[in-house]
Design a protein around this ligand. Structure first.
Ligand SMILES: NC(=O)c1ccc[n+]([C@@H]2O[C@H](COP(=O)([O-])OP(=O)(O)OC[C@H]3O[C@@H](n4cnc5c(N)ncnc54)[C@H](O)[C@@H]3O)[C@@H](O)[C@H]2O)c1
Length: 459
């Protein structure tokens, strides 16, 4: 498995995280975080690291047990190390909310059956908080919620508290880093909450060197205050824009192929323009994950609700569905029914075991539907629900043994470096489909594969 660098490696720290100076007791706040998933657990650990007194409530008993055992079920780089250095109470019971200055809402907002966010976890949490929290406590909404949700809760179950929209922008696989060193802190809420929010994030905002080492230079983090509605939209706008950027990049790569241009050269040159920037310029078989699909659909619903036809977003979502089908069709065309595919990658991206809305899993589904068989390997995913019909192995060569084609679906660095001769030695067929443009075509050909990257798929 490709070892992810630890938080210390990411940040180039000389000293362990625990060497940070603690804020004075006057600044320390009592914080209860509701939900111990990516956003909740990472917020809890980072806020405890900043010196606040943190309790984290999780209602899923197996997940709670793992946190209590000091394990990180999310496998986020640096999180297990920080967890050892801070004091957090992980609890199943919400009663600590009664003593909190700040309650952080970090529960899930998955896509509902109609494509809109399912707000049942947020609504349940709000009722619980409303019944327990003291008057004037700040309720920080870190979950991604539709525009108007904070106002609705402020006028409903949380009428005695101060509801503040504070969207989270962390990336899975970089969650601790992003939480400690955010690009910006977006806050939407009443002025009376300002002091408390600034105390909560004080050391991050001031760009204090949180590790006392000689790593990245301190940087003051902009805090952008706005209305709750604007803060809610700011989150969806950011994710909608990034997803659209990726869809556009995939279109350029497809077009480059159609007209005989080199997509890598085109996109590489675009990235040198500071107005465009080099990130999110890599073509792939489509975007996925726990956020982009649901947040783009939610943004679309927000626009629909306002009677606004968000043409660009609609096209970006549509392009993404086509991108995956295009890739799946190329694999299907090349293989007779009953052929077996060795699928490399199941996580929605490298650096995380998260398979929510993973394009790799969606691809496996399309291939299986068309009569192909799929065996898979992912460095971070050890098992899948049986009904998906994918056999998960514990090594690349096991997943590819006897396969008629190898398909790379997640951009894990270890796939870029894998021993292609050893893989080719165990496969039956010689096709290698690279859905992430990760593998050197020359190396693949030298190892005896017929290489098909995104630039050579055909329509
Ligand atoms: N995962 C990301 O990369 C990311 C990034 C930015 C924002 N977000 C947003 O943050 C929110 C949370 O995302 P996540 O990925 O951390 O979700 P998650 O599903 O991993 O975690 C949510 C947790 O909350 C728990 N929970 C729900 N209701 C509860 C309650 N009443 N009491 C105690 N625990 C409760 C669930 O059991 C679950 O463990 C979502 O709105 C998401 O869109 C996620």
């Amino acid at each position: 498995m490709a070892v992810q660098p630890t938080i210390h490696d990411h940040l180039g720290r000389a000293k362990p995280a625990g060497h940070a100076a603690r804020p004075s007791d006057r600044q320390a706040l009592r914080v209860t975080v509701v939900g111990a998933g990516y956003v909740g657990a990472v917020s809890a650990v980072v806020l405890a690291h900043l010196g606040h007194r943190v309790t984290c409530v999780e209602r899923d008993a197996p997940r709670l047990e793992r946190w209590r055992d000091g394990e990180d079920p999310l496998k986020e780089p640096g999180l297990a190390e920080l967890l050892k250095e801070v004091r957090i109470r992980f609890v199943g019971d919400a009663s600590d909310i009664a003593f909190a200055d700040v309650i952080v809402v970090a529960v899930g907002t998955p896509m509902g059956d109609d494509g809109r966010p399912d707000l049942s976890q947020v609504d349940d949490a709000a009722i619980q908080i409303g019944s327990l929290a003291r008057e004037g406590a700040v309720v920080l909404m870190r979950s991604t919620v539709p525009v108007g949700t904070c106002d609705r809760l402020q006028n409903g179950p949380l009428r005695h508290q101060r509801v503040v929209s504070n969207p989270e922008f962390l990336r899975e696989g970089r969650a601790v880093h992003d939480a400690l060193f955010p690009d910006r802190i977006v806050v939407g809420g009443p002025q009376e909450a300002r002091d408390l929010v600034e105390r909560l994030y004080g050391r991050i905002i001031k760009g204090e060197n949180l590790f006392g080492g000689d790593g990245t230079a301190p940087r003051v983090v902009p805090v952008v205050w706005m209305s709750p509605r604007s803060a809610e939209l700011a989150k969806y706008a950011a994710n909608g824009f990034l997803a659209t950027k990726l869809s556009f990049v995939n279109e350029i790569a497809n077009l480059a192929q159609a007209i005989g241009a080199d997509a890598g050269a085109v996109l590489g040159s675009m990235g040198l323009d500071p107005r465009i920037g080099p990130q999110y310029l890599h073509p792939g078989l489509g975007w996925g994950g726990s956020c982009f699909p649901k947040d783009t659909r939610a943004l679309q619903a927000i626009a629909d609700g306002a009677g606004y036809d968000f043409v660009v977003l609609r096209a970006a979502i549509d392009q993404n569905t086509r991108q995956l089908s295009r890739f799946a069709n190329a694999v299907k065309r090349a293989l007779p029914a009953q052929s077996r595919v060795g699928l490399l990658g199941l996580a929605f991206k490298a650096g995380t075991p998260d398979i929510r809305e993973s394009p790799a899993i969606a691809l496996a589904g399309l291939l299986i539907q068309s009569g192909l068989r799929v065996s898979a390997y992912d460095p971070a995913v050890r098992a899948l629900p049986a009904d998906l019909g994918v056999m998960v192995h514990s090594a690349v060569v096991e997943a590819c043994a006897g396969a008629d084609a190898v398909v790379v679906a997640t951009e894990w660095p270890e796939f870029a470096d894998m021993d292609l001769e050893a893989v080719r030695a165990v496969t039956r067929g010689d096709l290698l489909f690279d859905g992430r443009d990760l593998i050197s075509p020359n190396r693949a050909v030298a190892a005896g594969f017929r290489y098909q990257g995104l630039a050579s798929l055909g329509e």
